[in-house]
Design a binder for this molecule. Structure first.
Ligand code: ATP
Ligand code: MG
Length: 654
């Protein structure tokens, strides 16, 4: 069964999906983004982006849309000047929308805050004044180690207002992870809080900062928000309460304009594949693509929609689709502090009902968790306001997609499966909800203005029905401008593989289906090789999830003396089907749905899968287990006990 010569570089195409779901006529008629956008962007790409940049208020207009004379170092909207925070806040107040709610904040214990654009303007101005008093100015770095509190948004925008770079570090990370990120960026101020509410408990947070800053020579001040009122250690020279320093500040702050290429933030990638990279983003191009994509992909109508993105602010999704995109567009949005099962498994749907959420954006891992908990939970709530559903972070399995549409979207809400990365800054590949006939599991087409392609090892585009490597073959406004402090790593990681063609190498596998739609097939590093066939983990996982008893699956290739690699699967069963699954039935099901070559050698039923703190499955750890190796670096794992359970189960032969 060996592969014909010369084809080993592409991926085998196993999964077939024929279901399509066009938007309703009514949705299509009222949609922000129409089919003409594709043609318009193709005709004059730079003109198209210039038009998108006019969504923003520029203090000085640019002279040149793109300078690509020194690739891979791009400059967008050269010569233009703007203030990012002014664009996200003040401009809406000036346009008469100061009374519009910017943030409906919902605390985990049930407390809530309603923050209008006028309130936001005051809070951001006060925070900017406070940071300036602490010595923060243009080009300085501020580390933000906060959970989902409004102060996290105020802090990010205050940095942007001052031209300082924020480096938000996810509140679930350890003191050590925080320390290395503070040192990498040489931050002078750290913003944190006493503690956070998680799963009904007050968890300490400042203690991690206390530990981290013992080894951070650059840090001069720690600004502390009071949230849980738990007792904290106090260093009177270094530590300052937010309410002492920020509350007394003047409510006005004059925003200065900065160059379009002025740095906006550093953000470290999730660390799914290795050591996180400090990705650098800048101002004008980033905000342009954030605003455009948020408008087009979510069909945002700022006067009537209530938007909710469930990501943590510590990830890029929280940056672009909680802070910069929605606020640049004057949206009203929900921000929720806690976990989806506190105090009960219907919490998200209770919040959707309470605020009348219309646009909801989450990750496949969350959807599969909801599937595991059972459809009867969302069925208890009124979800009829929901009109667009989004997903990001991993490929979404077609069955999880169907469940999302039927159980959450009432069988009608378009789903936008959005592919992008910390590095791309904003959505690159996604259906347009009023245009695309959606296919479960496919991200479908690059957005108007964006260009992507699937190529073989030599950089030649593969044909329909074939798989290969995903590349971005033209620069885009929100592209990363580098890796902080390591431009050589930037060039090596993303631009050296297809240096000749000048393509950005995304690190993901993808395929075109027979209609030319794009399917993301997971990390290139995760591709399996079984008897000469290159098989994507995603396709086998999707086949497993399409079995009615399976909620979630992770698949890896383990070395095998006869086939090169053998497929090993780890599955979680659905709550309402526990005990019904048999391993042989699942193996047969995979063989039937995508072919005998993909039949797993071994399947193990587990209760949890190893995930990064951003919710992605870490297959490299499962590969260690499947090959009986010592499990590798688990520092970015959300729950390290999961690996002990899986290893024990594997050894006992379950
Ligand atoms: P690291 O680069 O440190 O290993 P990471 O790649 O997980 O971490 P992110 O930038 O948060 O960090 O994630 C981007 C990746 O997530 C993409 O490269 C892709 O693998 C995956 N991804 C995001 N959205 C989608 C999607 N809609 N479909 C398929 N995969 C997706
Ligand atoms: Mg990555």
């Amino acid at each position: 069964m060996s592969q014909p010569e010369g084809q080993s570089n592409t991926l085998d195409n196993l999964l077939e999906e024929n279901r399509t779901f066009p938007p309703t006529a009514e949705f299509a008629a009222n949609a922000n983004a129409t089919a003409e956008l594709y043609a318009k962007a193709d005709e004059d790409r730079l003109g198209f982006w210039a038009e998108q940049a006019r969504r923003l208020q520029w203090d000085t207009e640019w002279d040149q849309v793109l300078d690509w004379s020194n690739p891979p170092f791009a400059e967008w909207f050269v010569g233009g000047r703007l203030n990012v925070a002014h664009n996200c806040v003040d401009r809406h107040v000036e346009a008469g929308n100061g009374d519009r709610v910017a943030i409906y904040w919902e605390g985990e214990p049930g407390d809530s805050r309603r923050i209008t654009y006028s309130d936001l303007q005051r809070e951001v101005s006060k925070t900017a004044n406070a940071l300036a008093e602490l010595g923060v100015g243009s080009g300085d770095r501020v580390a933000i180690y906060l959970p989902m509190l409004p102060e996290a948004v105020f802090s990010m925008l205050a940095c942007a207002r001052l031209g300082a770079l924020h480096s938000v570090v996810f509140g679930g990370f350890s003191a050590e992870a925080l320390r290395s990120r503070i040192n990498d960026a040489e931050a002078t101020v750290v913003i944190t809080c006493d503690g956070q509410f998680r799963r009904g408990q007050a968890m300490p947070l400042k203690a991690n900062v206390d530990e981290a800053v013992t080894g951070t020579p650059s840090v001069e001040h720690v600004l502390v928000v009071q949230r849980t009122e738990a007792e904290v250690e106090w260093n009177s020279e270094r530590d300052k309460w937010w309410h002492d320093v920020v509350d007394r500040q003047p409510e006005q702050h004059a925003a200065e304009s900065f160059d379009s290429e002025h740095p906006l933030y550093i953000l470290y990638t999730s660390g799914t594949t290795g050591k996180p990279k400090g990705i650098l983003h800048t101002s004008g191009g980033y905000l342009t693509q954030a605003a455009y994509t948020h408008n087009a992909v979510f069909d945002l109508k700022p006067e009537s929609d209530v938007y909710w993105c469930t990501a943590d602010i510590g990830w890029v999704t929280g940056h672009t689709y909680i802070v910069y995109g929605p606020l640049a567009n004057g949206a009203s949005q929900v921000i929720y502090e806690g976990t989806p099962n506190s105090p009960h498994e219907g919490r998200h749907w209770e919040i959707v009902q309470k605020y009348g959420v219309t646009l909801y954006y989450t990750a496949p891992t969350t959807i599969r968790t909801f599937m595991k908990w059972g459809a009867e939970i969302p069925a208890q709530y009124d979800l009829s306001t929901l009109r667009v559903l989004g997903t990001v972070g991993e490929p979404i399995n077609p069955e999880a997609w169907m469940w999302y549409r039927d159980q959450i979207g009432g069988g009608t809400a378009p789903i936008v499966d959005t592919w992008w990365q910390t590095e791309t800054g904003a959505i690159m590949i996604s259906p347009l909800p009023g245009v695309t006939a959606a296919k479960p599991g496919s991200a479908q087409q690059p957005l108007p203005g964006v260009s992507a392609s699937v190529v073989d090892e030599n950089g030649n585009q593969v044909g329909n029905g074939e798989g290969g490597l995903l590349v971005l073959d033209k620069p885009w406004p929100s592209m990363l401008r580098g890796i902080w402090g390591d431009q050589q790593r930037f060039v090596d990681t993303y631009w050296s593989r297809f240096a000749e063609q000048g393509y950005y190498f995304a690190g993901d596998g993808a395929k075109y289906d027979d209609d030319g739609d794009l399917w993301l097939l997971g990390r290139v590093d995760d591709v399996m090789n079984v008897s000469g066939h290159r098989i994507s983990t995603t396709e086998v996982e999707s086949a497993l999830v399409s079995h009615p008893t399976v909620a979630e699956a992770a698949v890896v290739g383990a070395s095998d003396p006869t086939t090169g690699q053998g497929i090993v699967a780890f599955v979680i069963t659905r709550g309402d089907h526990a005990g019904e699954t048999t391993v042989s039935a699942l193996r047969d099901h995979v063989a039937q749905s995508i072919g005998p070559i993909a039949k797993p050698r071994q399947i193990m039923v587990v209760s949890e899968l190893p995930k990064t703190r951003s919710g992605k499955i870490m297959r490299r750890l499962l590969r260690d287990v499947a090959e009986n190796r010592e499990v590798g670096d688990v520092s970015t794992l959300a729950d390290s006990s999961v690996m002990d359970q899986i290893t024990a189960g594997m050894q006992s032969g379950k």
